[in-house]
Design a protein around this ligand. Structure first.
Ligand code: 5AD
Ligand code: SF4
Length: 479
């Protein structure tokens, strides 16, 4: 990134706007980093470890953008001068992983006492977590949350200036701070936040409590960001929001998600548009129409069903029933026969009976998903479902989970077969890590393809003949 911090050097007080204020603190941090690395006679190294979803992945790119600008060298090795965990709390497993890794980090820190450790992200928005870290993991240096991640440089500066743990968590925010640095993991593709937070309160889900209320960015800011990305070599973007279908409803001048897509479509040089995630309750006909007529929107819709039972869907507060979902899936497939539908499914929601579970299997069979993420229900303290009666015994859930997974895999394998023999466009993403002389990329519908090729292809769109399907990926050859 070409950002000149020198205009902030020597400034007595931070500017009054949020963006300027953060650059002021970045300049301050940069002085300290440069001093320390001078003392050590080597660059300082930082490692950002990301847990969870694409939102967190994008947030980590923002953290890395700031770290690089202030002079840290980025490493994947946790034996670093600064380690940051960007955490997830959507299921309990995610939390347990963080506690486990913190034990390991404490050993590294014992050998290297000047090491800094920061925790941020969704888990930190939970009071119980912060209390536990304060008590049992006192070697942690900084804790901040999802709403004030933009303040990273300012919080880091506070830590440089003090010797105790800095905790800065906001309960919620209506702020969106634009134009901060960001360093992409891939040069040719990028996530783009279009909105933050969620207002849906599905009864099992902790996200609305840790990510706050829905806030949309203005279409102008989004389009400008994408234009800059395209100028910088990006060909594929993923528009990110917990529920993109409610994008723009709360803007001063409301804009629909479909309308935003048409604006993004017009950006010259952009080749592919993806988005994530769509809630089935408000996926509009307008969106289907825009997708159908688009040259750039990928032939993929991730449409989480969560359960096939209308009774369970009601308890989940999903605001649609089985029939609505099936009709919607049919409508989408009728408009775009080559589309890939993928989904999320939760097994073992409180009160789920064998009949309810069979309804889920029935939906899976009827929709014929290209792939499905299957989750075992995880009780999240503070959500309505956590205090529901009839939590399902572990063995029953495990049995249902295994049966569901088998069904999903069989159908996905069959779905993948349907394009064998066809030549399709692939965005080449990386060198194949298993097969020498091969590269790996993605079809418009999101499926992975491996084929012979070299690194020079990375970032380009090429035509590949799909020779055979291997369950959920293809082997191919370039045409
Ligand atoms: N237990 C299990 N899965 C959950 N998800 C969200 N909350 C829970 C929970 N408490 C799943 C949903 C969602 C995906 C991102 O995570 O399927 O779509
Ligand atoms: Fe959670 Fe439901 Fe919001 Fe998705 S839509 S983040 S599942 S509350």
């Amino acid at each position: 990134m070409n950002i000149d911090l020198s205009i902030y050097d020597g400034m007595q007080n931070p500017p009054s706007d949020d963006t300027g204020r953060q650059y002021y603190y970045m300049a301050k941090c940069r002085e300290i980093v440069s001093e320390k690395s001078g003392e050590l006679n080597r660059p300082l190294r930082a490692c950002v470890n990301t847990f969870g979803c694409q939102m967190n992945a994008r947030d980590s790119e923002k953290l890395i953008g700031i770290l690089e600008l202030i002079g840290y060298e980025i490493t994947e090795d946790e034996h670093a001068d600064f380690v940051i965990y960007n955490t997830c709390t959507v299921r309990e497993n995610a939390n347990l992983k963080v506690y486990g890794r913190l034990g390991y980090l404490s050993n590294i820190k014992k050998k290297n006492p000047h090491m800094l450790i920061a925790l941020c992200g969704c888990m930190m928005q939970e009071e119980v977590v912060v209390n536990k870290i304060r008590k049992s993991y006192s070697f942690v240096d900084m804790i901040f949350g999802t709403h004030n991640i933009f303040k990273f440089a300012e919080i880091l500066y506070s830590r440089y200036m003090s010797d105790s743990m800095i905790i800065d968590i906001w309960k919620d925010t209506d702020k969106i701070v634009e134009d901060l640095p960001v360093e992409r993991k891939y040069p040719f593709k990028s996530g783009v936040n279009i909105m933050f937070g969620c207002n849906n309160f599905c009864s099992y889900c902790i996200v609305p409590y840790v990510r706050g209320r829905e806030r949309s960015r203005s279409p102008k800011d989004i389009v400008e960001e994408i234009k800059k990305l395209v100028d910088d070599g990006v060909v594929e973007i993923m528009l990110l929001g917990q529920n993109v279908n409610s994008y723009g409803k709360n803007l001063k001048e409301p804009v629909t998600f479909a309308k935003l897509l048409t604006m993004v479509e017009e950006i010259d040089g952009l080749k592919r548009i993806r988005f994530m995630t769509s809630h089935p309750k408000d996926l509009s006909d307008e969106l289907i129409e825009v997708m159908k007529n688009s040259k750039k929107i990928c032939r993929h819709l991730h449409l989480p069903v969560q359960s096939g039972s209308s009774r369970v869907l009601k308890m989940m507060n999903r605001k649609y029933d089985k029939d609505h979902y099936l009709k919607l899936a049919d409508k989408i497939k009728a408009a775009m026969p080559d589309i890939s539908l993928t989904t999320d499914i939760i097994v073992g929601f409180p009160g789920e009976t064998e009949e309810d579970f069979l309804e889920t299997i029935d939906v899976v069979k009827k929709v014929q998903y290209d792939s499905a993420y299957t989750f075992i229900y995880s009780k999240r303290t503070g959500t309505p479902a956590a205090s529901m009666d009839n939590q399902i015994p572990k063995e029953v859930v495990k049995d249902r989970f295994d049966r569901l997974l088998k069904e999903v895999q069989t159908i996905a394998a069959k779905q993948t077969e349907r394009f064998v023999g066809k030549t399709m466009e692939v965005l080449v993403e990386e060198k194949n890590s298993q097969l020498a002389g091969y590269v790996t990329g993605k079809l418009s519908n999101g499926t992975t393809v491996h084929f012979p090729g070299d690194e020079t292809l990375i970032g380009s769109l090429v035509n590949v003949k799909l020779l055979n399907a291997k369950g959920f990926y293809y082997m191919g050859e370039m045409e």
